[in-house]
Write a protein that binds this ligand. Structure first.
Ligand SMILES: Cc1cc2nc3c(=O)[nH]c(=O)nc-3n(C[C@H](O)[C@H](O)[C@H](O)COP(=O)(O)O)c2cc1C
Length: 236
């Protein structure tokens, strides 16, 4: 009986020690995970405005400095007005409130690029992305898709240079000032019915039409949210 009690006490002690250690490890890791998440956001924003590439091998401090020097993050509401005191990096909370983050690349005190956050369902997963516009707030200057679970070699090609590099130079407003979100076609633009409007379309990915259909949907949807802000910037 005495032995059983000892074993029980020992087991309870082990359980308490283990759960305390696990709780401590989990809360410690949470902070680090959040730091890494924020760093990843900054890397992708810098990448899409051509200020960073993975070959640069920067320390965390150097990357933070590059970001602080060049990027101003703000938040806009549905009417395109800037919202103060809300972090642009909590994309989910922003979306729930109908707000959007804008990251402006500033050079010599002047805005030279606007980075928009886009997000939506592909085939298997939610795809996140940044779409950069040049200083006219209407010409795409870069795009990056990341944090997705699409199949490598099929939908996963969305993050490859051959696919993303095609986006640069595409126009998101037509000659009449209408919003024309960049769309991915099935196959090659040159061989499609859009061959005469290459400014608004990019080549598709063979075997990944469902992923790119998703991109087409969420790019169109998210750009609508940014439209009032972009129109204002273009007017100014
Ligand atoms: C194992 C497996 C993984 C697939 N992964 C993707 C994917 O990530 N994205 C995608 O659009 N289609 C994927 N597909 C293919 C789709 O089922 C579909 O055939 C394809 O999107 C059609 O594109 P296509 O018209 O360009 O051939 C996958 C198919 C299989 C069998």
């Amino acid at each position: 009986m005495k032995d059983s009690l000892q074993i029980l006490k020992f087991s309870v002690l082990i359980c308490v020690v283990c759960s305390t250690l696990l709780a401590l490890a989990s809360s410690g890791l949470k902070e680090r995970q959040e730091r890494n998440r924020q760093l990843n956001i900054k890397k992708n924003i810098l990448k899409v405005v051509q200020l960073y590439s993975s070959e640069m091998d920067l320390t965390t401090e150097e990357l933070e400095a590059l970001y602080t020097e060049n990027i101003r993050g703000t938040v806009i509401d549905k009417e395109g007005n800037e919202v103060k005191d809300v972090s642009p990096n909590d994309a989910k909370a922003l979306k729930e409130r109908g707000f959007h983050p804008i990251y402006t690349r500033v050079k010599d005190g002047q805005p030279v690029a606007y980075v928009l956050y886009v997000e939506g369902k592909g085939l298997w997963s939610t795809i996140k992305g940044y779409l950069a516009l040049g200083e006219d707030a209407g010409t795409v200057s870069g795009v990056a898709f990341f944090d997705h679970g699409e199949t490598p070699g099929l939908g996963g090609e969305i993050e490859k240079d051959w696919f993303t590099s095609q986006w640069s130079g595409k126009m998101i407003f037509d000659g009449n000032g209408n919003l024309v979100p960049t769309q991915v076609v099935k196959g090659k633009v040159a061989q499609s019915k859009y061959a005469k409007e290459p400014d608004y379309y990019v080549d598709g990915i063979s075997g990944a039409t469902l992923t790119t259909n998703g991109i087409n949907r969420f790019i169109a949807e998210d750009l609508k949210g940014y439209e009032p802000y972009l129109r204002r910037v273009r007017k100014e």
